[in-house]
Design a protein around this ligand. Sequence first.
Ligand SMILES: Nc1nc2c(ncn2[C@@H]2O[C@H](COP(=O)(O)OP(=O)(O)OP(=O)(O)O)[C@@H](O)[C@H]2O)c(=O)[nH]1
Ligand SMILES: [Mg+2]
Length: 369
Amino acid sequence: MNEKAVLVGLKLPQDNFNDIQESMLELKRLADTAGAEVVDILIQAKSTIDGRFYIGKGKIEEIREFYADEKVDLVVFNHELSPAQVRNIEKELECRVLTRTELILDVFAIHARTRAAKMQVELAQLKYQLPRLVGHYQNLSRTDGGIGLRGPGEQKLEVDRRILRKKIHFIETKLIEIEREKDTQRKKRMGEFKVSIIGYTNSGKSTLLNKISKSDVLAEDKLFSTLDTTTRRVWLGDGSIALISDTVGFIRDIPVGLIESFKSTLADARYADMLLHVADVSDPALADHLRSVNQTLKEIGADNKPALLCLNKIDLLPREILLDIRLRYPGAIFISAKEGQYTDDLKNKVKDMMKGIAVIKEQGEPEHE
Ligand SMILES: Nc1nc2c(ncn2[C@@H]2O[C@H](COP(=O)(O)OP(=O)(O)OP(=O)(O)O)[C@@H](O)[C@H]2O)c(=O)[nH]1
Ligand SMILES: [Mg+2]
């Protein structure tokens, strides 16, 4: 049975309504991916944040009355809440309250497959919980998991801070070991040309890698399907070969702890010779997505790489609209990874860029690591 969820956002005077709407739609996609049934999306416009309930007390009462008969399991806030706010709201509504970050962590927990990914998710969950170790409103604790309670970090709310810190330390040590193994692998690949596919979640990165390498990386219409890095050796033609990697997607307002925990996965981009920045051209929030990705690239120190912007999913847009977007992004290549449209042109373009970058490297330009 899907858990019923109400999504809540706050619009402050300085916020742009369109941005809030996009962000709430994204929250809905995250909730869908986590397996919730979203029954309502509410945005309250208010001049300030309420200290006790984040949104207005009146709005909370409205929600309680409206859902008096139809039981709601979860209320997800599109914001960070203080532990006290979480408790106050849970007490009023008698249902679990989650933040956007917790929902993202839950989606990560569902999709983590390898040992490294699981540990990175657990680390992020533990680090998120540590300063908030007060627990959810106790009458609501479930024993069977549920959204926000799944994954390796579940049920950790009861353990005390000391155990939590010990655990964080243990995982960090293990991750350093994994990082060392990765370093050895990287050294083996030192002479090869490395391309990293990066971009917003669900933009089609895995689909693109599958198409150009004829492989079978999991690609699906969910947020954060990919959490690990997959690398394929791709023949670009004329004897040129590149190692192309597909990795974890980015999202706006990415939780700080998540970048920190996924540092080693995200760092793959830092070791690349060039980046393929994939974005969904059909998404109305395209410009926003590009901005978020560039911001994250900066945060992980990979913003100075040669990059090719790949605007994907052109099959979803009518020609006239595409023409308009083309004018706005003159340096980009327009493709459909799914249909294989212009993916050969993309390979050629990578090959050309590769030649230029190889020349710079030979001339002794300092490595950008
Ligand atoms: N119409 C259309 N759909 C596409 C195209 N490329 C990818 N998709 C779809 O978009 C969805 C996401 O694709 P993925 O390749 O999983 O995207 P991703 O960037 O790897 O996503 P994460 O790993 O979740 O960050 C899937 O349902 C794909 O089938 C395209 O060119 N056209
Ligand atoms: Mg993927």
